[in-house]
Design a protein around this ligand. Structure first.
Ligand code: NAD
Length: 499
């Protein structure tokens, strides 16, 4: 039995020294053992973090763009040279395989690199002589203290969708990572300090609803960036905006992959397996509903099943393809969906409920699972399962498949597989989903575009990173200026007009 370590808050450039009143268990899901206890912040701890962040932001907002960029570049170098350390922490607490964990850090790094260009991104515009002797120009300024509340499934990448841009723009950050895998963000806080970020600009508080609720109501918090399940995203959006905060709240997903009869079925089968079972299906961009346009369903299912028989489930450090689920509770919930699918009449093609694994017997295992003959009213189709369960829905036409996708409550990501450029173009135009892949199963936009879904997959107007991220973390201001010249003056009570 490994001895449990303590994971605590990082506020004002240092770890919190006082004991916690409440803590949570952090597991190594491949071992099924508690490996750490994470402190849960009280209202007082949250208040202290916000106060510190607010004070630090007053100076940081006035640091020159040159100075802020230097810190960002230094952070980028440290993160890049030590990304394996973060990946190991992620594998130990989340369970995803090491290469996948490294992949998520690398995608987060892209946002840091994007934020290194902040001087260009913050450039305003200038109109000389908008009226006689009057110039008009626009600037963008930071918001203040930005709160980030992140989910368990990407303990490093999702926080990095937000904080590099928030900090580059001159804000300070209070982040509450998922209590299930909290270590990665603490190491990131150490990297910021080593990069020369002033103490108090990046603060980590750990905890649960108590900490989140305090962030939602704290008058010192300007914005909330949330990623997690849809009911909580809705709650965050409603309560954050009610309290006058700017909120972006990204929720759950059910991502469809539409395979047309002319598609390359080998490519489609590879993509379905990679996107369905990578990270044990615990990805917001995982493919969980495969919509096969007849007559190809039988052939496609045969190719997918064949590939699934070669997948190795096991400890993420041991060369497996797929790791465990994050907790025993979550594993049991996903397994209960498999039971429900059988009960509701779907055909279980591959059953992952008793998997052969390369890992400890106590690990939170569930093998890759494939259903055929899934129909739209079944719970395994309606709801987000967030595990290694792929459902095949058979349809008879492109139109039927499109209508199915557009009717679904979620609209995060989707993909079409076809060799017909015209059909793909029609799909990108007609599908009501925020991120679309054409022969690409996990279309996560690159950092200089913005990430976000439609419908119940996102509450708020602004997607993450890219130009929308820069807008979210800044407020626009327009200045109309006249420097006195002797020809001006006099009284005129009329509304100012440009002359
Ligand atoms: P979750 O909603 O349980 O938790 C997310 C965060 O909210 C955590 O920090 C958690 O501590 C906090 N939280 C949980 N319950 C709360 C409550 N009652 N009140 C206030 N705060 C609360 O989500 P999760 O299980 O950590 O993550 C998986 C979910 O996140 C999935 O639904 C997945 O689709 C979604 N997700 C979406 C995206 C996206 O881009 N749309 C990306 C990643 C994950």
């Amino acid at each position: 039995m490994t001895e449990a370590k303590r994971i605590t808050h990082f506020i004002n450039g240092a770890y919190w020294s006082q004991p916690a009143q409440r803590t949570g268990d952090v597991y190594n899901p491949a071992l099924g053992q508690v490996t750490a206890k994470v402190d849960f912040a009280t209202v007082e701890v949250v208040d202290h973090a916000v106060e510190v962040a607010s004070k630090a932001q007053q100076e940081w907002r006035n640091a020159s763009l040159a100075k802020r960029t230097q810190v960002l570049f230094a952070f980028r170098e440290i993160l890049n040279s030590r990304k394996e350390e973060i990946a190991k922490l992620i594998t130990a607490e989340h369970g995803k395989v090491l290469s996948d964990a490294l992949g998520e850090v690398t995608r987060g790094l892209e946002v840091v690199e994007f934020a290194c260009g902040i001087p260009h991104l913050l450039k305003g515009s200038y109109s000389e002589g908008a009226s006689t002797s009057i110039d008009v120009y626009s600037i963008r300024q930071p918001l203040g203290v930005c709160a980030i509340i992140s989910p368990f499934n990407f303990p490093a990448m999702v926080p990095m969708w937000f904080f590099p841009i928030a900090i580059a723009a001159g804000n300070s950050v209070v982040i509450k990572p998922s209590e299930k895998d909290p270590s990665a963000v603490n190491l990131i806080a150490e990297f910021w300090k080593a990069a020369g970020l002033p103490d108090g600009v990046f603060n980590v508080i750990h905890g649960d609803k108590v900490a989140v609720d305090r962030l939602l109501e704290h008058p010192g918090v300007s914005s909330i960036s949330f990623v997690g399940s849809t009911p909580i995203a809705k709650y965050i959006y409603e309560n954050g905006t009610k309290n006058g905060k700017r909120v972006q709240a990204l929720g759950g997903a059910k991502n469809h992959m539409l395979v047309l009869p002319d598609a390359d079925l080998d490519l489609a089968a590879d993509a379905a397996v990679n996107a369905g079972f990578g990270s044990a299906g615990e990805r917001c961009m995982a493919i969980s509903a495969l919509v096969a346009v007849e007559p190809i369903a039988d052939a496609l299912i045969a190719k997918i099943s064949e590939r699934m028989s070669g997948l190795k489930t096991g400890d993420g450090t041991a060369g497996s393809d797929m790791g465990p689920l994050v907790t025993a509770v979550h594993r049991d919930k996903v397994a209960s969906y498999v039971d429900a699918g059988v009960r509701e009449g779907a055909k279980l093609v591959v059953d992952g409920r008793n998997p052969k694994v390369n890992g400890a017997a106590e690990g939170f295992w569930l093998g890759p699972t494939l259903f055929d003959q899934v129909t739209p009213e079944m719970s395994i189709y309606q709801e987000e399962i967030f595990g290694p369960v792929l459902s095949v829905i058979r349809v008879n036409s492109y139109e039927e498949g499109l209508a199915l996708i557009n009717r679904h409550q979620y609209g995060n990501g989707t993909a079409i597989f076809t060799n017909d450029g015209g059909a793909a173009r029609k799909f990108q135009n007609e599908v009501q989903v925020g991120m679309v892949g054409i022969n690409v199963p996990i279309p996560v936009p690159t950092a200089y575009y913005s990430f976000g879904g439609w419908k119940n997959s996102l509450f708020g107007d602004t997607h993450a990173h890219g130009t929308e991220g820069v807008h979210f973390f800044t407020r626009g201001k327009v200045v109309t200026s006249r420097w006195l010249d002797p020809s001006h003056g006099g009284i005129n009570l009329g509304f100012p007009q440009n002359r």
